[in-house]
Design a protein around this ligand. Sequence first.
Ligand SMILES: [Fe+2]
Length: 239
Amino acid sequence: MPPNFPVPDPSLRQKKTIMPISLHIPRRELLRRLAWTSALCATPGLFAEELTRTPRQTEGPFYPDRLPLDTDNDLLVVNDNTTPAVGEVTWLGGRLLTTNGSPVRNATIEIWQCDNAGVYLHTRTGGDKAKRDANFQGFGRFVTGSTGEYVFRTIKPVPYPGRTPHIHVAVKLRGRKELVSQCYIKGHPGNARDGVWRGIRDQRQRDSVTLDFAPLAGSRVGELTARWDIVLGTTPELP
Ligand SMILES: [Fe+2]
């Protein structure tokens, strides 16, 4: 199976000039190593059945009330800091698709999550603000290209009181919010106790947002990858 992975178009995002010292491989090369499976490829009409729609889930109370100055797709490094965030480095990516498998381009995908200490980038965060990791961006954006691909570098989510680990996502098309959802860690014991996760009644939908956080092949610093193809229930008019 040929590797098929999101390689972001540099023109679509902000560029950071300094990478964490722990990453000796240029980011672009690293992205090339991401061996995303290509089970879902771009050809419309390839699917005998419709893809499972990503379930709508609550936005929760912690969408940043003040956006960080840096909103690019690398949540590990804020602006040109040299100290990366604390946490298990995770490449989260996949494709934005319609239910018939067509890629959705020019969509803005936003993610937000708490830092490794369970603290959100929010004035009313429930966590202990004194423990907040100032090096974690907490929020990121990516504009999909012609193949619908997106990628973020972030941390593996951690639990905070009342919730199993999760990453929030919002998908916007021409400024309109098409979907708000969350993804989870496959096999995490907290999932079964989590009201939001349990609230996804359809098993296939629940499975579609419960992701494998697998070791990144060839990574010498223990990075993880998590693939999440986000499927819109509506068929947007593509620009
Ligand atoms: Fe949350």
